[in-house]
Design a binder for this molecule. Sequence first.
Ligand code: FAD
Ligand code: UDP
Length: 643
Amino acid sequence: MDLNKRVRALNEYVTQSGVTLMIAEIEDFLHNGAVSSGSAPQSGKPRALICFSRLQWQDNPRLRHLLSRCAEDMDVIVFEEVEYSDARNASLHCKGTAAGVLIAAPILPARLGGREAEECQRRLLDQLVAERDIANPILWYDTPMSLAFSDHLKGAAIVYDCAGDLPETSDAPSALLVRERQLLSRADVVLTSEGGYETRRQQHGNVHRVAGGVDAEQWGHAWLRVKGLIDGAILARTAPSAPPAPSTRSRVREQSVRRGFDYLIVGAGFAGSVLAERLASQAGKRVLLIDRRSHAGGNAHDCHNDAGILVHPYGPHIFHTNSRQVFDYLSQFTAWRPYEHRVLATVDGKLVPIPINLTTINRLYGLSLTSDEMAAFLAERAEKPDEVRTSEDVVIGTVGRELYEKFFRGYTRKQWGIDPSQLDKAVTARIPTRTNRDDRYFGDQFQAMPLLGYSRMFDRMLDHPNIKVLLNADFQEVRDEIAYDELIYTGPIDEYFDYRFGELPYRSLRFQHVTLNQERFQPCAVINYPAESVPYTRITEYKHLTGQAHASTSISYEYPCSGGDPYYPVPRLENAALYRRYQALAEKEGNVTFVGRLATYRYYNMDQVVAQALAAFDRLVGAKRTRLSAPMAMGSDERRVRS
Ligand code: FAD
Ligand code: UDP
């Protein structure tokens, strides 16, 4: 098999099996076309959840809502309470739900009872686990009685969900009370209703009220909350100093009170994660990394959608850099898939390459110019302004007004909500103009995608005993609960200072993600729509980026908007001036380092943020008193390249 086929096969293997591969195993796969037997990983994120339910699926709406959502992320098996029949042998009846949950209903001969029945269920359960090759699942108990036949299973985390209407413990049969005590001593997380909360809190250190929902959105929130609690429990278990049961937050609080963290890092995107990794692994610091989202990775986060296609929920992220240092640094945590980004634009009813190059001009105008002729063609049209200040000046000064209007004006007005004449030159200067046929979007020396995706790369980066990660936690919420020596802040700088001088403008995006029942949608990863009459700016088809083989395909439309998550700092003179006022405050802030795209209000690519974080690390461990990260030199794509 050639390398391309192996990479495709590897992607398929990983998607279908859901395993986490170590670098050596990836190399093994690429070399031999398969992972050697015995090298299949045992650890990594759980890929399955087994729920022990005391009711049948159709009678348990709460589980139906929560676990159907869980099935979007992993295999979910619901092992129902036993039913007795006049059959001679025990059997397990399995059926799948529309949401992809597997319902396993044990049917036992009526003559069996007590221990025999428990042993029978244990055997059926073990068979199911072996057949489905389930390792290290999350165990979810809707009833403590199921411990009788499942207490031998090792789980990544144990959830006791007693939010349903269990009998009051004082009236409960003693077998139930015994099993419940056992379960409480094993569980990592206890979910309860409002009514049972106070009682349960006396019994366990990590109890949470999880309200149900009346509509899909509320159930969606409920599940996200539960998912965050489980993730926290799993991470807490892997932390070396962690005691076995109490909640992540109380454990974090305990540790912070006992010894304190050396660093609290706000934001688990590239800036925060790189600093956490460096401080923990190179300086032996104890780090607490928090994020208000339910995942690490910041805007670079990726995940498999319902159809099993790897997508970027916050828009396409393509890695490119000219910095060997940055590339080598990240290569410690991921293997790479060679990928050079190419983009087409729809202009005058034609699909032409952008950045503008020889092919673009020839195709658009039906010409067959040479490179020299194209240079002359552009020189005739370019209108050199006295001073190149704005995004309009840059483009008109290079390609002239007509091409500016076809490719840049509409796109930029949609993307930024203002005219290019009001926007700093750095914005459109990101896009080069070439007189040769090089149609790559970036000219950088290193261009590649993390082989198994960004999230796997972040998992590896943060997998260190000195790093604790707390998700779904806003800085405001935890700042007074945590003891730490130094703070690294990667969120919006104006928010940190409570908008004292007013809000810094950010541009946001609304993504419409669509999965289509066809193998391919468009000829390349991204197609730009510069016309103002089209409400979106670009469509991305993710399989081009990831190389994933799949019968369906997922695309996203990007609609720029002013509200919503702060995605883009807006490069304009007055915004830079407002930022400088915040920057002056930041410089006076003792023991706080501001790093990243939002905290330094810079339109940075991923590699620039990594470089900025590495530089901040050097300063922190070297000259400890320098607090504000200096801007790094512009990446090559921010310079205008001509050839
Ligand atoms: P972020 O990724 O924004 O991370 C900051 C984190 O801090 C977030 O997770 C946020 O939830 C958290 N946070 C903020 N405030 C708080 C708080 N108060 N409490 C707790 N947590 C908080 N770069 C490229 O190199 N190539 C690309 O192709 C590319 N495409 C992009 C496409 C889009 C649509 C966007 C928006 C950006 C793109 N980028 C790309 C840029 C890239 O996303 C950023 O450079 C990089 O992710 C910035 O990392 P960061 O850590 O500074 O910030
Ligand atoms: N741009 C444009 N037309 C295009 C591509 C880009 O006008 O076809 C302008 C637009 O202002 C955009 C900027 O160039 O915001 C930078 O483009 P890039 O693709 O780097 O944006 P990002 O990927 O950061 O959204």
